[in-house]
Design a protein around this ligand. Sequence first.
Ligand code: OSB
Ligand code: MG
Length: 369
Amino acid sequence: MKIDRIVLRQLRMPLVHFFETSFGRTYHRDIIIVEVVSDGLSGWGEVTAGENPFYNEEWTGSAWPIARDYAAPAVLHKELGSANDVAPLTAHIRGHNMARGGLEAAIWDLEARQAGKPLWQHIGGGHRREIPCGVSIGIQDSVPQLIEKIERELKAGYRRIKMKIKPGWDVDVVRQVRERFPDILLMVDANSAYRLADIAHLKELDAFHLMMMEQPLGHDEIIDHATLQAQLETPICLDECIRSAHQAEQALRMKAGRIINIKLGRVGGFREAKRVHDVAQANGVPVWCGGMLESGIGRAHNIALATLPNFTLPGDVSASKRYWKRDIIVPEVETTSHGTIAVRDAAGFGYEIDHDFLREVTVREEVVG
Ligand code: OSB
Ligand code: MG
């Protein structure tokens, strides 16, 4: 396979509701979509970087030149044996996994379309026909607002509730949520808002039988997570600090956590995501698929990923309408009444691109090659 052309598009899409984490509030997304073209057929990927370099070092503004000037030229016009060969071609780029991963995922999608196969099958997934769904609920202006949101998501059928926490919005809020919903699968995500010195405070959360506490400490911190996990009953789930299978292996060897959240972009695409999955599985550690407020394209890739066998826990992949008034794919991603997404059998990522709407929300476009 040879890639003849790579089209980068930057979209601007308002979120239905703002989303707040410990690092800030987002009202709209600036999303980069990667289209790769070979012999007249297109594959599609999404760069999952945020609007600011606050989750990790990447942001839309950095991902654009990395994708255009470094990642795209490394694969363009080259004879590629398979999509699996793409990640090593951009591995000399330090960091910037999301910019690299958006391109890599697009080539997996293209190759699946060339073979006339669904993406989930092409990556070696297909362990389940429906993926179990949870939701990630941001920090709200008040506790009653949070409770109302949780109530609505449970009514919609979602199987697990994740609430974002930060200093000042943690133990007391979790206590009130637990009192109102004693039996639900509940977890928290701190996005690196705490330090090891906060250990006594974090241990108070042990009282609420949470499924897990996601990334409490530094975004690049494995050692302190091991120290914290040894003193915490609640399992730690690692997100930000797992950027490769090698780091996953080191973290699990150190017992820095008992669960891993896999995000396609954060680890640089499907090849590395599958490797992280395999390392976790070999260690008896379950994984789930995280989200980055994706458009339908990134969401569809996440669904394919979550059909791999060790994705046994409900992830953060949920219905399009929780994010967008109108998505850029048709049909939009929908959930069943029992809190799952049914996997589709169409070739590639399994949904159609809504080209008219894509054009409408595109604010920047550049062709490489
Ligand atoms: O830490 O999982 C996270 C959103 C943006 C950045 C980081 C995270 C999140 C989410 C939202 O939790 C997941 C989603 O609904 O897409
Ligand atoms: Mg997280």
